[in-house]
Design a protein around this ligand. Sequence first.
Ligand code: NAP
Length: 542
Amino acid sequence: MPTEEAIVKLFYLAAAVLFIIGLKGLSHPRTAVRGNLLAAIGMLVAIVVTLADNRIVSFQIIVSGFVVGGLLGAIMAYRAPMTAMPQVVAIFNGFGGGASALAVGAALEEALKGEWIEELTVQFTSSAAGAALIGAVSLTGSLVAFGKLQGLINERPILLRGRHVINSALVLICLGLSAWQVVGFTPLLFHADSQLAADLDRAAFPPDLRQAFENHGIALSGRLSVSVEEANKAWRITDSGNRETYETKRQGDHLSIHSHSALPFWIMVVVASILGIMLVIPIGGADMPVVVSLLNAYSGLAAAGHGWVLNNSVLIVAGSLVGAAGFILTALMSKAMNRSLANIVFAGVGATVATEAESEDIYAGRVKAASPGEVAMLMEGARRVVIVPGYGMAVAQAQYAIQDLTNLLESKGVEVEFGIHPVAGRMPGHMNVLLAEANIPYEKLKEMDEINPGFRQTDVVLVIGANDVVNPLARNADPSIPIAGMPILNVDQARSVVVIKRSLSPGFAGIPNPLFAADNALMLYGDAKRMAMDLTAALKEI
Ligand code: NAP
């Protein structure tokens, strides 16, 4: 291996190690910032080394792509509120998958032009097919996920009749086109003597070559023509009877022959794009974060496939890490919701919502409202308070007001802890990120398994903008309940529960919550931030 190549590989290895250490750091909030930084340094090393390597397009193209893409990305990320993060992640991730599909398509076209024909190996063509298939699915699937989360498309599952049959057919078509492409593009090597080349140069089709084609299972028609592309080096054989063209190139004492058209590849990309839409359209908005994580894993796989096409080890490692991390996160999220991935992806959960009559049955005359002053009195007398945040805290950006409330309660000798449900909010770690932003110590954030046994010894639970994650209906095994079997925070076991939200509207799962009508529950109606501030003010007055 030449020294230069060895140095590039060494830097790629360093980048891969930085990615892995960075990813490990992301597994805990305390090390997450450093982990993120290390992974970013790894990416910088990978980019600089790739740019310094000689097989790249012009720097003008790279810099313009960097400026345009970077600018658009920065504007989109700055303009998106925290609550819109899932759809921002979805669309960025989709672009990654789309970029992989287009980049392998470009590499294929480039190779077909004959520039690096020797690289058209089975590894090249099959990885190109795989990367393009998965990349196109993740692009259009992510666009649908973005549309649903942004409210541009109906977030309820759209269940087309016969969708499983249609999707299976689309998968088979994609696989068939991929196989066609792999077989058509993989060059057939024929031993070529100078007589054969001379015949081709005279635009005559040598009979030996017909036999060689047939030996490789390619039946030629009677209408063949040969055009000389590059004297004694490259020829184009057109079989007008079968409407097929074969690029023929001299490689040492061999001829390499492959099909000319990239059409099956691009048709496959279009079909895979339709498949991406078809796969995500039947999934409800509440399940979208899981789908986004799955699509994220797909775009990682597409990037890894892209790495195989280009023989670029750092792209293979980075793509595989994204793919594996995405699959692990998807599995953890499904587990936290007590659902199988198949149920999330294929069952169309969420197609029905609670009717007003159903909600009326549960709430009628049983819901008690309280004022900030009354709740402050209740908390003043408590020894232990547990705060359970949910999506509403993110909407209201109430984390700083909650920090003030926590500090005040602690200054009055009340023990305060936070109960964090793994799927509270709209993305994994949503609550942890917001509370960390407000400098609430990690030690106070207790995961579900840790906090649940302590609710019976808790005087007051303050539920702030959470709904589904504290809904006792989840304990029900009835499969018509979308959150049936999902482990919840058992806040109803505490002596008193105060729920801060603006109304009795359902949460993301679209079902009523019997907790609001429980004997030990009080509703504090209003915006989460406003109510946390009012509670602090009322506590100060006591
Ligand atoms: P939720 O069930 O969606 O309920 C959020 C509640 O917040 C709503 O009922 C809403 O009631 C209230 N709210 C909204 N804006 C508010 C504001 N400004 N002030 C006060 N309250 C406000 O939320 P959750 O309990 O956090 O549950 C998360 C849901 O998302 C679960 O169904 C979960 O399965 C799903 N999910 C999450 C993830 C994830 O990664 N985190 C992944 C997949 C699915 P009002 O309108 O009455 O105020």
